[in-house]
Design a protein around this ligand. Structure first.
Ligand code: 5GP
Ligand code: MG
Ligand code: MG
Length: 179
């Protein structure tokens, strides 16, 4: 697995430090409230676990799975709910936890769904952001790292369901895609 990585972009310690900062910012902004924190599966599962430990206000957790990618590295532009929430968002402050924003299609779809379900507020925390690849106008309220247009894996992020368990984030060798 390690041999497939061309370059490590962020080491585990760098990610942990960033997640602590994001947790502190979220905790400050949601002081006195009780947000519903939604993990977008599967990519955000490790980020969600680490972030939740750094949020100091009471939260409820829920999980949602959407699909738009399959095994390719490009968005199909089509978003589908594969697993829906167990919780009603009506009248709740909602914080969406996302691994990475690329085209922005997934998140703009999700935000739209949650607003139509009458959430009181909808915000987004994303660990990684590739603003250069946006096809819709969308920005996270909290962003970890802004990265260039490269396909990254690790810390929850996969290529064909592999590499999610790497504790760091890196770029794959190009021959991995073509094999
Ligand atoms: P978007 O809808 O913004 O184009 O991207 C949606 C999803 O595609 C992300 O939440 C993530 O799961 C996946 N994705 C986008 N860029 C990357 C990337 O560089 N690496 C990996 N592993 N997944 C990505
Ligand atoms: Mg995702
Ligand atoms: Mg994926």
């Amino acid at each position: 697995m390690q041999n497939d990585i061309r370059e490590v972009l962020y080491r585990a310690e760098q990610i942990q430090e960033k997640v602590r900062e994001l947790g502190a910012a979220v905790s400050r902004d949601y002081e006195g409230r009780n947000p519903l924190v939604i993990c977008v599966l599967k990519g955000a599962f490790i980020f969600m676990a680490d972030l939740a430990k750094n949020i100091t206000v009471p939260i409820a957790l829920d999980f949602m799975a959407v699909s738009s990618y399959g095994n390719s590295t490009r968005s199909s532009g089509e978003v589908r709910i594969v697993k829906d929430l167990d919780t009603s968002v009506e009248g709740r402050d909602v914080l969406i936890v996302e691994d990475i924003i690329d085209s922005g299609l997934t998140l703009s779809y999700l935000i739209d769904v949650l607003e139509r379900r009458n959430a009181l507020s909808v915000r987004v925390v994303a660990l990684f952001d590739k603003p250069g690849r946006r096809t819709v106008d969308l920005n996270a309220d909290y962003t970890g790292f802004v990265i260039p247009d490269a396909f990254v894996v690790g810390y929850g992020l996969d290529y064909a369901e592999k590499y999610r368990n790497l504790p760091y984030v890196g770029i794959l060798k190009p021959e991995i895609y073509s094999s």
